[in-house]
Design a protein around this ligand. Structure first.
Ligand code: SAH
Ligand code: SF4
Length: 371
């Protein structure tokens, strides 16, 4: 844990002649290789691409013909680790540079020392269009969607840089930069690849997609296979307060959002998570706690309210509540039979909140041209 996973020298490591416009090798499913007319066995090629550390002794069965086909047809580069910021608490934030120079963030969070599991927080877009008032990524605006290959590449690049050595000991959360349901097709394709038995084989129980509450996206995802777990960032308990913090609420208010969650039929042992960022003076009163419990209604049973103390940053003047206020909020929710967890604040010393690092590297500008 916390160290590099050795990738054997890969037959496709030679830079592709030209990257622009090429599909990423990491965004391919086995059937795509077949459809594209790749010579050789598609599942085998897929496994080699998605599990390169298993081929330390080389790639004996990859013929020269296939090798040349891959390099000639696809972009074979992984996102490059542009910056690495280690936190005192063991988490590491990576800034990754994509093929066109855009940057995204991924955060690597090992669990306790004895438990060799890692939670990886990944990005789905460069920037974000949702414009939440408290969020550093929101102030960047949207630059573009990530492709499935860039999302999977992000996971493999983080794995190569920091482990874990048993790659299936990964929990993935789409809680980095971007609104995953604004990029649902590519996010879902990435999940198909990451969940594939011949690839990293990450169980859908260990993949959580977090959304600001894009109702049409929730309704589409509800019927997709494989389907990840869902987390919804609620962050306020009246339409007025929520619309002020999260513009998405003007289109899909609290009642409509609740309806979409009611229609999400849960799988065996599956849970929904309601995320709630506590912002001093905005959403942290006892009345808020009571309204939150009331809005949860039946969801209170078995579901999880995940409280997050605001990570303060320069792009917004909001403040985090003090500890006493957080404790009182938790106690009130518990008294009202909510299942509550308080997210351990991680990586505060390394600009833990998503978008902060990219933002910082470009000063106050709203645009990120390069890293
Ligand atoms: N766009 C998705 C996923 C990325 S944001 C969403 O909004 O759910 C992931 C989580 O980080 C969300 O719950 C969001 O409310 C929270 N967040 C954003 N900015 C934050 C900040 N400054 N401090 C703490 N949490 C923040
Ligand atoms: Fe986008 Fe999520 Fe940030 Fe809102 S909180 S701006 S949806 S990344």
């Amino acid at each position: 844990m916390g160290h590099m996973v050795e990738f054997a020298p890969r037959p496709w490591d030679r830079p592709a002649p030209e990257r622009a416009g090429r599909l990423s090798i990491y965004g391919m499913l086995p059937e795509d290789f077949t459809a594209m007319g790749a010579p050789g066995r598609a599942e085998h090629i897929f496994a080699m691409i998605q599990r390169p550390w298993e081929y330390r002794d080389g790639f004996p069965r990859l013929s020269r013909e296939i090798r040349e086909w891959l390099v000639a047809n696809l972009d074979t580069a992984l996102p490059e680790v542009a910056e690495r910021h280690a936190s005192e608490d063991g988490s590491t934030k990576l800034m990754l540079r994509l093929g066109d120079g855009e940057c995204i963030e991924a955060v690597h969070m090992p669990r306790e020392v004895r438990n060799p599991r890692v939670t990886l927080c990944v990005s789905s877009q460069v920037g974000c269009a949702m414009g939440c008032a408290f969020c550093a990524t929101g102030t960047l605006g949207i630059r573009r969607n990530l492709s499935a290959g860039e999302i999977v590449g992000q996971v493999l690049a983080a794995l190569r840089e920091l482990g874990p050595e048993r790659p299936h000991a990964i929990t993935l959360v789409f809680m980095g930069m971007g609104e995953p349901l604004h990029n649902l097709e590519q996010v879902h394709r990435a999940i198909q690849i990451l969940n594939h038995t011949r690839g990293l084989n990450i169980s859908t129980r260990r993949i959580t997609v977090s959304t600001s509450g894009l109702v049409p996206g929730i309704e589409r995802l509800a019927h997709m296979e494989p389907r990840p777990w869902l987390a919804v960032s609620l962050n306020a308990t009246t339409d007025e307060a929520r619309s002020a913090l999260m513009p998405v609420n003007r289109a899909w208010g609290l009642a409509r959002l609740r309806e979409a969650l009611d229609a999400w039929s849960l799988g065996d042992r599956e849970r929904l998570t309601i995320e709630y960022v506590l912002v001093a003076g905005q959403n942290d009163t006892m009345e808020d706690a009571e309204r939150l419990a009331e809005w949860m209604g039946e969801l209170r049973r078995g579901h999880n309210v995940n409280l997050i103390r605001l990570n303060e940053h320069e792009a917004a003047s909001f403040r985090e509540p003090d500890e006493a206020q957080v404790n009182a909020f938790v106690a009130r929710l518990k008294a009202l039979n909510c299942f509550v967890t308080v997210r351990k604040s991680r990586g505060r010393d390394i600009q833990g909140a998503c978008g902060q690092l990219v933002k910082k590297s470009k000063g106050p500008s709203k645009r990120i041209e390069n890293c």
